[in-house]
Design a protein around this ligand. Structure first.
Ligand code: PLP
Length: 424
């Protein structure tokens, strides 16, 4: 990697003060990259080299890096203060607009991270139903908290960290994603113990797995029939798959929804939204949900401006068009060079790996049959060529990617793939 090392002193300094050289374990294993800045769809290293960015900070830079309308709104708002420990007008307006975008939810609470809002959703579901068990699906990520984080082998989950206790994970029923029959069976056996079903309606954390027809609808019906709470973890899909997120795109309404990432133009904000009768339990104090920084002025301003911008500019048709061209273009490069690329998902969030079989992965077990390790190693070639992507294969497209990024990406991708194939 020597030729893309930026300034070794920064890497060395990072290794001394940041455990593992990083500030989040999701960024491990560390590479030698230190960025100077991001601008729209590109990142720039300390030597001024640009990288077309499809990681987008793991999703938040959906509007590109440093969106002017959002940043101007935040800068203006904070001149009047930042954290009041009390209600303010922008918080109320931003929440109204957020609910307007989501469409199906009556009330919302802003938070800071997806992990904490997922935690709030699970507590609320258990508090509302007085039940213990929650169904989840293998391979999906709902944050790093003790009672949630899991390591996945195929469709089986285990404790993922020292310090996490086995009993922390005792209240889950883990099923394969897209397996409605397994969910029906679980409800048939233990329906009156099941507080909730939580899932990414489209899985972006392991592969890009689309719900098979009837899966989300079936879960909806099971939850309704059994008095359980359906939670859509839309931390990635919210505002990305559509203005109204996956619920709008797939036409299925949950009882609670968790949002983050694309919600605030890159600012650290999350949200828990839901049906009034459930959310009211937070208001009565029966279920606790707290946070000093919840709905800070900067968070509220960022959400307010993001909701306005997305509503006024409707970037979704262009996003779909760009993502389709990118997916098709990468597939064409793969064909031309004789590489067995495997690409699946939606234009705004798709997954690239290597496989001899074209059949789309539908759950964590079928995802594991793809050559994910080969693709992860290939991302070093991509970085060297000037494409910044997640080693786990997901590509996120921002509303700022355009023709120049498409041209550069396809050229750089071909160069990187040629190099990878030559080594084999
Ligand atoms: C679906 C999903 N839920 C929850 C989280 C946790 O969000 P955060 O990293 O903001 O705590 C993530 C983060 O990647 C996620 O993808």
């Amino acid at each position: 990697m020597a030729d893309r090392t930026t300034d070794p002193t920064w890497t060395e300094r990072a290794a001394k003060v940041l455990p593992g050289g990083v500030s989040s374990n999701v960024r491990l294993p560390v590479n030698d990259m230190v960025f100077d800045r991001g601008e729209g769809p590109r990142l720039y290293d300390l030597d001024g080299r640009d990288y077309v960015d499809y990681l987008l900070g793991q999703g938040p830079a959906f509007m590109g890096h440093g969106h002017p309308a959002v940043n101007e709104a935040v800068s203006k708002a904070v001149t009047k203060g930042m954290v009041f420990g009390a209600q303010h007008t922008l918080e109320i307006e931003a929440t109204e607009k957020l609910l307007g975008a989501i469409g199906w939810a009556d009330m919302a609470r802003l938070g800071v991270s997806g992990s904490e809002s997922d935690h709030g959703a699970l507590r609320l579901a258990r508090g509302a139903t007085g039940r213990r068990l929650v169904i989840r699906f293998a391979g999906l990520y709902h944050g790093w908290y003790d009672t949630v984080l899991m390591n996945w082998q195929g469709n089986t989950g285990t404790v993922a960290s020292k310090g996490q206790l086995e009993h922390n994970l005792a209240d889950w029923l883990v099923l394969p994603y897209n397996d409605l029959a397994a969910a029906k069976e679980a409800f048939a056996q233990r329906g009156d113990e099941i507080a909730a079903v939580i899932l990414e309606p489209m899985v972006c954390n392991s592969g890009a797995l689309l719900p098979v027809p009837g899966f989300l609808e079936g879960l909806r019906e099971l939850c309704t029939d059994n008095g359980s709470v359906l939670i859509f973890d839309e931390v990635i899909t919210g505002f990305r798959l559509a203005y109204g997120g996956a619920a709008q795109r797939f036409g299925v309404t949950p009882d609670l929804g968790v949002y983050g990432k694309a919600l605030a133009g890159g600012w650290p904000v999350s949200a828990l939204a839901g049906r009034r009768d459930l959310m009211e339990l937070l208001g009565t104090g029966e279920v606790n949900h707290s946070g000093t920084f919840n709905a800070s002025v900067m968070a509220a301003a960022a959400v307010d401006a993001t909701m306005d911008w997305l509503k006024e500019n409707d970037p979704y048709p262009a996003l779909e068009e760009f993502g389709t061209k990118l997916k098709d273009g990468l597939a064409e490069v793969g064909r031309r060079l004789g590489a067995n690329l495997h690409i699946q998902g939606l234009p705004m969030a798709f997954h690239v790996s290597f496989a001899d079989d074209d059949a789309p992965a539908t759950d964590n077990a079928s995802l594991a049959t793809l050559d994910l390790a080969r693709y992860a190693a290939f991302t070093d070639d991509l970085a060297e060529a000037g494409i910044w992507v997640a080693a786990r294969g997901i590509y996120y497209v921002s509303i700022t990617h355009g023709q120049a990024e498409l041209d550069d990406t396809l050229e750089r991708f071909e160069q990187a793939l040629g190099k990878e194939l030559a080594r084999r």
